[in-house]
Write a protein that binds this ligand. Structure first.
Ligand SMILES: NC(=O)c1ccc[n+]([C@@H]2O[C@H](COP(=O)([O-])OP(=O)(O)OC[C@H]3O[C@@H](n4cnc5c(N)ncnc54)[C@H](OP(=O)(O)O)[C@@H]3O)[C@@H](O)[C@H]2O)c1
Length: 248
């Protein structure tokens, strides 16, 4: 599939799933801007691959998202930046929930809002959120994260209906546990809090996947690549699970 002549913005593109999405889109010929708060990881990814450029910014800040869009002028927007903090519900306070909503929900809202005007004017575009299987089902100890991801899917489905007929599609990709720095934090958290070994912690997480393994970032990136392509124009309002069959 060729994305020659397309410009893409990938938030959270300095690490994990976002970095792999950026490499995949650049490999298909797109010019790709990757955004995040830390310059270091962004610059490393950009230095490795032609066609990728770093942009520092914070998706929780609408002005920062407007600046990203003004710089990248993307036809393809991948709202991937996110964060997961696990805590039992009884230890959570409103601030914990707000933190999860700020990056995982408002981060998507801010970047989609900033991109929409130019996309509408152009009459074409792809808005893709990286949600999670936690947007389709619950998991213990991550109620704030799951609430935010469920909300992202609701936003994605509703916006798709508003934009049907404009040439802009809106979809969510929902990975199961995927081998990235975020997963590494989850494994470390399980080991620290339960005294389990690394192997036991891994087993607890892969057990949620019927294929009994972690999803790989390239598997998420290829779903994004397909959604970005011209032949996915009829696909909109979908929440596509990339999870070994975990959520049917
Ligand atoms: N790994 C999994 O098991 C899994 C499963 C389902 C869904 N997901 C989703 O996949 C997406 C990518 O996660 P990942 O696993 O690749 O984790 P990751 O490596 O921790 O990536 C998250 C990225 O988001 C960026 N980010 C965080 N807060 C930001 C902010 N306020 N503004 C701008 N950028 C911000 C981070 O960069 P900075 O810190 O430099 O800002 C980082 O590059 C997330 O939305 C996550 O919820 C992951």
């Amino acid at each position: 599939m060729s994305l020659d002549g397309q410009r893409a913005l990938v938030t959270g593109g300095g690490t994990g799933v976002g970095a792999e999405i950026a490499r995949t889109l650049a490999g298909a010929g797109a010019e790709v801007w990757i955004a995040g708060r830390r310059a270091g990881p962004l610059e490393e990814v950009a230095a490795e691959t032609d066609g990728i450029r770093p942009l520092t910014g914070d998706v929780t800040d609408p002005a920062s998202c407007a600046a990203m869009i003004a710089e990248a002028r993307p036809q393809l927007v991948i709202a991937n930046a996110g964060n997961s903090v696990s805590k039992p519900f009884h230890r959570m306070d409103a601030g914990d929930l707000q933190d999860m909503l700020a990056v995982n929900l408002f981060g998507v809202f801010n970047v989609f809002s900033a991109a929409l005007g130019p996309m509408r004017a152009a009459g074409t575009g792809r808005l893709i959120s990286i949600a999670s299987t936690a947007g389709l089902k619950g998991y213990a100890y991550v109620s704030g994260y799951a609430a935010a991801k469920h909300a992202v899917i609701g936003l994605t489905r509703s916006l798709a209906l508003e934009l049907a007929g404009t040439g802009i599609t809106v979809n969510a990709v929902c990975p199961g546990f995927t081998e990235t720095p975020m997963l590494e934090d989850s494994l470390r958290n399980i080991m620290d809090k339960t005294g389990r070994s690394r192997e036991e912690a891994k087993k607890a997480l892969t057990a949620t996947n019927p294929q009994d393994r972690f999803v790989q970032p390239c598997e998420v990136a290829d779903a994004v690549l397909w959604l970005a392509g011209v032949n996915a124009g009829a696909v909109t309002g979908q929440a596509i699970s990339v999870s070994g069959g975990e959520v049917m």
